[in-house]
Every structure is written in structure tokens, then in C-alpha cells.
Design a protein. Structure first.
Length: 384
């Protein structure tokens, strides 16, 4: 598979793992539950089970999407006929919803980067680079590289690796008609929808196990430290009474609340309301939110932040876990138009030593039906 055959991987003995028979049963049960979830009509993440209407109008943002369009067409130009057929899907395909963070390379679609040559992979990276903000692009590429570190640490080069990511194009890249792209793989799941000059970049999950490479070919590489530190600093800036109100539990959820195949999950508002924060605390929260709205590139990040700020008074901050300098934790920022969650996990591919800060995820969704740009797509079709 292309460069994988020649990539130098210093392997170590694999850590203890679940027996293969048990793992197959776990995966079968997981896939069965996923298939059931996909039978549900898409509604999106909501607070009550009902979508709040009118949150996502079609409009002109004044921010060009032409660079993303050009990068997508440049990628398609590198592909042969069979590859183009494999990479393209209808704009309303349910395959949008098939992304997952599971590390096994199953239920994937599109083209695997491991099967592309170097110029084709560079074209994929160029598409990411013009779509994402700099920090988000760097984090995505680091997540992919740290997946290579995981291959080194586990001795499982066919299960983990820098190039085990699948690119898909939805619809036909166009300046007027809806289209989008998806990158899917372990700890790097990105969905981008575009119509005119509007862009939706969710669901988007970035993570890593480990979050820092202690050695190997990417020694010293680290991710999600800013998201971790800034979330902790915001919690630290609250009063004791506010921290008590923000704390919505002590037991960390294993995989957050809104990861893959949880498109229609109902998550009630819970935690500390922005209305109960001081002015400086509100401004600090906006800076934390920017860490996530800046996942979009350039002016699109400003458009997204303005959208979130318009609902700032309806935003809540929630925390799960102990509050001290070393414990694992979860935090959530939630409003009608954005759902952010950062959380630590126990070891999964590496030995399970309990919840710790060596395995982390940071996820962004657009509630009330606009993940994958669905609300905008529906409006476009009604108008058209």
C-alpha cells in the first residue's frame, strides 16, 4: 500500500489486548447498534428531542469559498476514473453519517490515503489546509501522525498509521450548488459542507492516544494541550459557587456524548449559564469558544463566532470530574447553535490505566439539525 511498505516503524511488544473472539463480538454488537441508529431520520443533536426552527438561514457571508472549491477540483484532477468513482457520493448520501472514531479500519468509505501516491496525498492535505484554520490544520495533521506513533507503540501497523484516513467528496464541487467533503479515521473526523459562501464544519472530532509522542519518528509531537489548558483555566476562573453549579457530574463519560453514530442524541442543557457569569468571565468563555470556531479558516471563523455570540446568553458551561491540576476531566460549551466537548479517556489501544490526560478528544457539533449542513441543504432545496 504505497509508502506504507517502506515506512520505518520501530515496533515494540504489543500491550495486553482483548482476545480476538471477544473483540469481534464487541464490534458486531457495536455495528448492530450503529445500523439501528442510522435507521432514524436525521434530526441532529437537540436539547429536548425537537429542533429549534429558524436558526440557520441561507445568506451571503461575503467570505469566499473559491479556494476550497479549487483545492477539491485539484484533488479530483489527480485521480483516475476508478478513484473518482470511489471518492464521490451524492450530496444527500447517508454515508455522511458513517464516520466514526473507532480505530479498526472498518465501515470506511471513499479513498484511503494509504492507497494514494504522495502527490495525491498532498492534494488532500491542501484541501484541509485551505478549509481549516491554522491551529485546526496543525492539530489534524498531528493527530494523524500520532496515529503512526500508536502503530509504533502497539506493533499493529495494519490497524494504526498516519495514512489510514479516508477522503470522500459529496456532491459536485460548485460555486452555487451544495457540496462538501469528509475525512474519516481514527482521531481525525472532519465534515465540511458548503453552499454558496456558507460553510459548516461539523461534526469534527480531533483526538489522540497518546497526546504526546515520548519517542519514535514523531518524538515530541503533542496535541490538544491548548484546548485542555484553556478549559481548565476557565473553570479555575470561576468562583467556588460557580464551579459547583458548572459541575454536572463526577463520572467521566467514556466517549463523550456526541461522537460517531450519535447524530440524534438528546442532551439537555445543564451547568452554569452565561447569564450567571461576570463580564470578564463571559469574555474568557468567548476566547475559549474561539479555540473551536477557529477550526474554520479565515473569515469563516469570524462568521461562525458571530453566529455563536448571537446566542451567548443561551449558552451553558458544564464540567464533569474532579477539579485539580492532575485529574482527567470533561467540559462542555452548549448553545442552540454550537456543541463543544473536550474530554479525557482511559487507555484504549494502550493499556487501560484508568482515565488520564494521555488520551483526549475535542469535538464540535452544530445542534438543531445543521450538522453536515443539513439545515442549509433542506432550505436550499425548498427555495430551489
Amino acid at each position: 500500500m504505497s509508502d506504507l511498505d517502506t515506512l520505518q516503524r520501530p515496533m515494540r511488544p504489543a500491550p495486553p489486548r482483548i482476545d480476538e473472539t471477544g473483540l469481534i463480538q464487541v464490534l458486531k454488537d457495536l455495528f448492530d447498534s450503529w445500523r439501528e441508529a442510522l435507521k432514524e431520520k436525521f434530526k441532529g443533536l437537540t436539547a429536548t428531542g425537537e429542533v429549534v426552527p429558524g436558526l440557520f438561514p441561507l445568506r451571503k457571508t461575503g467570505v469566499p469559498t473559491q479556494p476550497v472549491l479549487d483545492a477539491a477540483n485539484a484533488l479530483l484532477a489527480t485521480l483516475d476514473v476508478q478513484q473518482r468513482e470511489a471518492v464521490t457520493f451524492p450530496i444527500d448520501s447517508e454515508v455522511w453519517r458513517h464516520w466514526s472514531n473507532i480505530h479498526r479500519n472498518l465501515m470506511r468509505h471513499g479513498l484511503c490515503l494509504a492507497e494514494l501516491d504522495k502527490p495525491q496525498r498532498e492534494a488532500v492535505y491542501a484541501l484541509l489546509r485551505v478549509t481549516l484554520g491554522k491551529h485546526a490544520y496543525d492539530t489534524a495533521r498531528k493527530a494523524m501522525k500520532l496515529n503512526e506513533t500508536l502503530a509504533e507503540m502497539t506493533g499493529l501497523p495494519l490497524e494504526f498509521g498516519e495514512f489510514f484516513y479516508w477522503i470522500s467528496i459529496f456532491g459536485t464541487p460548485s460555486p452555487d450548488e451544495p457540496w462538501g467533503w469528509q475525512l474519516d479515521g481514527h482521531h481525525c473526523n472532519i465534515n465540511c459542507f458548503i453552499v454558496g459562501d456558507q460553510m459548516v464544519l461539523s461534526p469534527m472530532l480531533l483526538g489522540s492516544e497518546p497526546v504526546t509522542a515520548e519517542d519514535g519518528i514523531y518524538k515530541g509531537l503533542t496535541v490538544l494541550r491548548e484546548e485542555e489548558a484553556e478549559g481548565w483555566a476557565f473553570m479555575e476562573g470561576l468562583s467556588a459557587a460557580q464551579r459547583a453549579r458548572a459541575t454536572i457530574g463526577m463520572d467521566l463519560p467514556f466517549d463523550g456524548y456526541a461522537s460517531g453514530f450519535k447524530d440524534n442524541i438528546v442532551v439537555p442543557y445543564d451547568g452554569l449559564s452565561v447569564r450567571d457569569m461576570t463580564g470578564p468571565q463571559q469574555r474568557m468563555l468567548v476566547e475559549l469558544i474561539k479555540r473551536y470556531t477557529d477550526r474554520l479558516g479565515g473569515g469563516h471563523a469570524l462568521v461562525r463566532l458571530d453566529e455563536v455570540k448571537a446566542h451567548l446568553n443561551d449558552t451553558v458551561f458544564g464540567w464533569i470530574g474532579a477539579f485539580d491540576p492532575v485529574s482527567a476531566f470533561y467540559y462542555r460549551i452548549y448553545s442552540p447553535v454550537i456543541f463543544i466537548e473536550f474530554y479525557h479517556q482511559p487507555g484504549v489501544a494502550l493499556p487501560d490505566t484508568g482515565y488520564n490526560r494521555h488520551h483526549a478528544h475535542a469535538l464540535v457539533r452544530t445542534p438543531n439539525g445543521n450538522d453536515y449542513g443539513r439545515a442549509l441543504l433542506d432550505r436550499h432545496r425548498r427555495i430551489g
